[in-house]
Design a protein around this ligand. Structure first.
Ligand code: GLC
Length: 745
């Protein structure tokens, strides 16, 4: 059976498809139902940017039923790029590859991989003529063949009985707002989440944590957060401490706090199956663990050995889980790191039995057969799909095969943590990071990209991946700086830190067994470069925090792919190794070994090279970038607001402000400040000041508006440095809650 849907998506179009039934809604209202009306052609129109002429029905997306579920077919025009799809490997333009939506813990992020930890099925068809955005809302398996099999066809196989497809038109900037409207606005984070963060699997005891913290302060490398990985626990039992290695966790956390550090602990969903262990016993009593078909607990093995998985699909389990965080919060832990929540499963008794069976086939003289089998045995652990091994139950009491709802497991874990923390400390903003996610995760947590490797190729891969993730509306994201697996190299750490400094989430993390990766682990020159880069990050915090705020209001992304801003310029479709960080700053990280520069594309206007101070024209350029330099450009008619870097962040009110601008006409920047951690801003305790800079015939006009909001601002020095490309204008003034307006000749 073949269904065709065609409708002009001027706002948000939703096609809700079930077997034999489809309903189309537009911005909430049902616009066409039942299906026959669509087929009779009454719902006429087109979705701009998609040429359906090949199907003979201009403006249609065809949806066919298949043995596994459905097939969605979209015809692509030659000049259309397909962008988005979240956490995937490869170029930002997704044409020419296969992508699977099925959350998977795979530490190998090499180019052949088609799926990783998250499902973010938001994609954009962009051509110089127009743009359409889509969100495939489906918690089960789907596979996107983006012009791979047929170079002009996007084919989506959706497994299961139903899905929703949303369509949106507009500019990419308008579409992202509609995505926020559908899936939720990014949460507003504490200011210290923008600080530099240091992690390692593991700092296994009190001494090693204190050593790292003291080193940071001694060397005056700004740092706000230290992480405790799985070894702080007793036998990998979540919500416990290892009494030998951390005899007095409260005092460690207190001492770190006095030094200006926040502590974040890892929490995995796998609850060790151990008699007498409180979390296990409680979970059994509350009946919140995932079950097998016969109603008995599903028993996977993860870090702690045999474990149970909370069934986060229902609110009872979420509530129970969220409340478990209370003790850690009361002990002073500031944030939580949700890991292994795809969920990752090492093995089960059944898969081990399978393995033994397979091993029987390994014969000494088996030749090629044994060799193949060997390969299969080795890959069994990583790629074995447990999706059909257990079930989850939703709030309506409906039982779902895990495979059908797998992609929202990590999402619902993050939701449980968010809601729990909001109950436990309603006045504090939530800091929680997650490895697995689904579209909408921006409401609950920060998404980091998991176990990358210390390879130059992966540094480039991350530059692209964070942009694809952002396009799904997941504004606050980042990756393990320096690379997680493998041994990092000094030059790689320097270059990766230069990229990390322009990511929302900026954390150095590395795996057990790899060489140390802290800023001082290489040589003096590398340490100097890392320190200088981290200081640059801290100096830009007034700008970055304001960008964070704007994003949390659902207005914009923090990381902006060039194609989002200049969709009419085809060169931006390829320029995916650079991006805008906020509205003003172009970042072009260096990602090759022994490089002393790189190619940069500057679209749309003239740019101010922040390293040389020169004006650079729109177009393709070579940027000089010795090891201590990251190519950075300020867009024409835009501003940067910075301050003196500090060692750590106590609030988001800046006592010194520097406004730097490249202004030929007029520009504005909204500077947002508040206490940096609490919810008081929701009751008016914030300051929003609009900084306007305008070029006059005989100089520059600077206007800093009186503040919106009731936060008491100190009188502070503002230094201003504006260029119009020919002449530089400088002055200093004093600003507080009131406004200031001056012209500089
Ligand atoms: C997973 C995480 C990694 C962590 C490790 C140990 O591999 O992705 O970040 O360090 O587990 O907990």
């Amino acid at each position: 059976m073949r269904r065709s849907f065609y409708r002009y998506a001027d706002s948000v179009l939703r096609v809700a498809v079930e077997k034999d039934e489809a309903v189309i809604y537009q911005t909430g209202a049902v616009i066409t139902s039942p299906l026959e009306e669509l087929e009779s052609g009454r719902a006429n129109g087109f979705i701009p940017g998609i040429d359906f002429s090949a199907t003979g029905r201009p403006g249609s997306i065809s949806i066919e039923e298949s043995a596994e579920g459905f097939v969605i077919v979209m015809k692509l025009r030659e000049d259309q790029g397909v962008f988005g799809l979240g956490q995937e490997i490869g170029p930002l333009n997704k044409r020419g590859r296969i992508y699977e939506m099925y959350n998977t813990d795979d530490p190998d992020h090499s180019p052949s991989k088609t799926r990783l930890y998250s499902t973010l099925p938001v994609f954009y068809l962009i051509s110089p003529e127009g743009c359409t955005g889509f969100f495939l809302d489906h918690a089960g398996y789907s596979k996107f063949d983006v012009a791979f099999e047929k170079r002009d066809t996007l084919l989506i196989n959706v497994e299961g009985k139903a899905f929703d497809l949303y369509g949106m038109s507009g500019t990419p900037g308008e579409i992202i707002k509609k995505i926020f409207g559908l899936t939720g606005k990014p949460l507003f984070l504490p200011v210290w989440s923008l600080g530099f963060q240091q992690s390692r699997w593991s700092y296994p005891d009190e001494e090693s944590v204190m050593y790292v913290a003291s080193k940071m302060r001694e060397k005056e490398i700004p740092c706000d957060v230290i992480y405790l990985d799985i070894d702080y626990m007793d036998d990998y039992k979540v919500f416990t401490w290892n009494g030998e290695r951390f005899p007095d966790p409260r005092s460690v956390v207190k001492r770190l706090k006095e030094m200006g550090f926040k502590v974040v602990t890892i929490v995995d969903p796998g609850v060790k199956a151990a008699e007498g262990y409180r979390v296990f016993e409680e979970g059994k009593r509350e009946n919140v663990f995932c079950k097998k078909e016969d109603g008995r607990d599903f028993r996977p093995a993860v870090w702690p050995g045999e474990a149970r998985l909370p069934d986060f699909l229902n609110s009872k389990a979420r509530r129970w889980w969220g409340d478990l965080y209370r003790e850690f919060v009361e002990l002073g832990i500031s944030g939580f790191w949700n890991d292994m929540n795809e969920p990752s499963i090492f093995y089960t008794a059944e898969s081990l039995a399978n393995l033994s069976e397979m091993m029987k086939g390994l014969k000494n003289d088996g030749g090629i057969e044994t060799d193949f089998l060997f390969g299969k045995v080795l890959s069994l652990k990583k790629y074995y799909d447990h999706g059909r091994d257990f079930y989850q139950v939703d709030d309506a009491g409906v039982r779902h095969l895990h495979r059908d709802v797998r992609n929202v497991y990590g999402f619902n874990m993050a939701r449980a943590v968010f809601e729990g923390l909001k109950r436990i400390r309603p006045e504090q903003r939530v800091f929680s990071i997650t490895r697995s996610s689904y579209a909408g995760i921006q409401r609950y947590a920060i998404l980091w990209t998991g176990d990358n490797e210390s390879q130059w190729e992966q540094l480039l891969s991350e530059i692209k991946m964070v942009q694809s993730i952002s396009l799904a509306g997941v504004s606050f994201t980042g990756c393990d700086v320096g690379g997680f697996g493998g041994n990092c190299h000094g030059e790689l750490l320097a270059r990766w830190t230069q990229f990390g400094a322009f990511l929302p989430f900026f954390r150095n993390h590395s795996a057990m067994g790899t060489r140390p990766q802290e800023p001082w682990a290489f040589d003096d020159e590398i340490e100097r470069i890392v320190k200088k880069t981290v200081e640059l990050r801290y100096s830009l915090l007034p700008y970055i925090y304001s960008v964070l705020r704007d994003s949390s209001e659902g207005n914009s992304l923090m990381i902006r792919p060039l194609v989002m801003i200049w969709p009419e310029d085809r060169d931006t479709y390829q320029a995916d190794d650079q991006y805008m960080f906020g509205p003003s700053l172009m970042v072009a990280p260096v990602y090759t070994l022994n490089a002393r520069g790189r190619h940069v594309y500057l679209p749309g206007c003239d740019w101010l090279d922040l390293n040389s101070g020169e004006i650079v024209r729109k177009g393709h350029h070579w940027a000089e970038a010795p090891l201590d330099t990251v190519p950075l450009y300020l867009k024409e008619d835009s501003l940067l607001v910075s301050t003196e870097p500090s060692q750590y962040l106590e609030s988001a009110v800046w006592s010194l402000i520097e406004v730097k601008g490249f202004v030929r006409n007029r520009t504005v920047f909204d500077l947002y400040e508040d206490d940096g951690t609490s919810e008081a801003y929701t009751r008016g305790k914030y300051s929003l000041k609009r900084i306007t800079v305008e070029k006059l015939d005989d100089g520059i006009l600077v206007d800093i508006s009186p503040q919106e909001g009731e936060l008491k601002l100190p009188a502070r020095k503002v230094s201003i440095e504006i260029t119009d490309g020919d002449k530089n204008y400088r002055t200093t003034l004093i600003d507080s809650s009131g406004g200031v307006r001056i012209s500089i000749k």
